[in-house]
Design a protein around this ligand. Structure first.
Ligand code: RM4
Ligand code: MN
Ligand code: MN
Length: 430
């Protein structure tokens, strides 16, 4: 029998801190009332928030230099779902799973789907992988995939994406995300315009096969694995491509895929305004695509992004329906802990963004009062909404303190016994 965190245990853990939480919650409720904010509304928003967990995130990641396996790593997609269930049980905002194909290629999609359903999980999206070669693969992606100079390689990469779509339908997913590693390491290696044309032609073939109700997301990235140029390098190029493709294509923003100091919240606003924001791969970074835990390095930036998102939500901007996912690589932490903490950070930024006094902000903007405008944002950002988040989790059946409850449950220790190291395989991004 595989160890699971049971609901009774979570309740017992919560009882230890419930009295303190209620006190803090009541105090915050009174404070917010003075500011004209009803705390219960915010708890409702926090309970309704959703962010998908990437199947590849529960395995220990690595860098370009090494990977240090952690104890009790999942050895199969089923064990990955077990870890996802543990996360969902404690944080209650992560029922959606995003699969990477072929990393998580199931023998039987129907079996995988019911295994997930039995754990309260659903498949939110599928991600294609044409950035590495798989055993037995006919043609290599060493020099690209969807934009490769050789039409046979492009066809193979398109076929893989079509396979992902078929699988997505069987699993009940609703979106397909395409990220490619195509690009060049040296000036002159790739003809910029021709490569983009070829990429777009491949995307058209994938788009034409989109199942009913599916949305297609394309993910731009400034550099890496190609170090000089990439084919889909920025949001502008991404926007152009999604417009060319049609109304079911959207531009996905991975927070780690921009040059340092780029104003990402403004990119988000632009994509919202243009009706092309797919959603996010949340993570954080100091230098490049570091894939660190969301909110760990630049929490204010995360807040400012949510400020734009909540603004569109409150205005009911037509077509605004962003899909949220975590896309992180956990090298030095327990992936379950990192994913839980990251999900919590997203809800925090989301709730804080709801605290912005938007009427006052509009007035300050009209009067060119920069100090007031900034202080309104800072007032929201510096409010400790912890009691709201904890109350929301508690009411939804999750943990008041997810990491503490997880540690107390002994989940990792149990998994280390159930999943012996001798048979352990690679489980994350290496
Ligand atoms: C890429 C990109 C993709 C992810 C891979 C593993 O940098 O973020 O979304 O699927 O990493
Ligand atoms: Mn990503
Ligand atoms: Mn990335």
């Amino acid at each position: 029998m595989s160890f699971r965190i049971d609901e009774e245990f979570v309740l017992r853990e919560n009882r230890k801190s419930l009295a303190w939480l209620e006190e803090d919650y009541a105090h915050l409720g009174r404070q917010l009332k003075r500011r004209g904010v009803e705390i219960e509304r915010l708890v409702e928003r926090a309970i309704a928030f959703r962010v998908a967990v990437p199947s590849w995130g529960v395995g220990t990641g690595g860098t370009r230099f090494a990977r240090f396996a952690g104890p009790g790593e999942p050895r199969s997609v089923f064990e990955k779902l077990d870890d996802c269930e543990a996360i969902q049980r404690l944080v209650r905002v992560t029922p959606g799973i995003s699969l990477h194909i072929p990393w998580d290629e199931p023998d039987s999609p129907a079996e995988l789907k019911s295994y997930a359903a039995a754990r309260g999980l659903v498949f939110d999206g599928v991600n294609s992988n044409t950035f590495q070669d798989q055993p037995g693969q006919k043609l290599s992606y060493r020099f690209g995939s969807l934009s490769h100079a050789d039409p046979a390689v492009r066809r193979q990469a398109v076929e893989h994406n079509l396979h992902c779509l078929e699988l997505g339908v069987k699993l009940g997913a609703r979106s397909h995300t395409v990220w490619i590693g195509d690009g060049g390491n040296f000036p002159g290696q790739v003809h910029f315009r021709r490569a983009l044309e070829r990429y777009l032609e491949s995307l058209r073939a994938i788009y034409a096969a989109l199942p009913d109700g599916f949305r297609m997301f394309i993910e731009h990235k400034l550099y890496e694995p190609a170090f000089y140029s990439t084919v889909l390098n920025d949001w502008g190029t991404s926007y152009y491509c999604t417009r060319e493709l049609g109304e079911k294509a959207f531009s996905l923003v991975d927070l780690g895929h921009h040059a340092p100091n780029v104003n990402i919240e403004m990119i988000v606003a632009r994509l919202i305004q243009l009706g092309k924001l797919a959603g996010f791969h949340f993570n954080d970074s100091k230098y490049g695509d570091d894939d660190l835990d969301a909110g760990s390095i630049k929490p204010f930036q995360l807040f400012l992004i949510f400020h734009e998102l909540v603004d569109a939500e409150l205005e009911q901007t037509p077509g605004f329906d962003p899909a949220y996912m975590l896309d992180q690589s956990h090298n030095v932490t327990d992936p379950v802990e990192s994913l839980m903490a990251s999900a919590v950070e997203l809800v925090r930024a989301y709730v804080q963004a709801h605290l912005v006094d938007r009427a006052a902000l509009g007035e300050a903007q009209d009067k060119n009062d920069a100090i007031t405008a900034l202080s309104l944002l800072k007032q929201a950002f510096t409010t400790d909404v912890g009691p709201i988040l904890a109350m929301a989790r508690h009411r939804a059946g999750g943990a008041i303190d997810p990491v503490a409850a997880y540690r107390a449950s002994g989940y990792r220790r149990h998994k280390a016994e159930e999943r012996p190291a001798a048979t352990r395989q690679g489980a994350g991004i290496v």
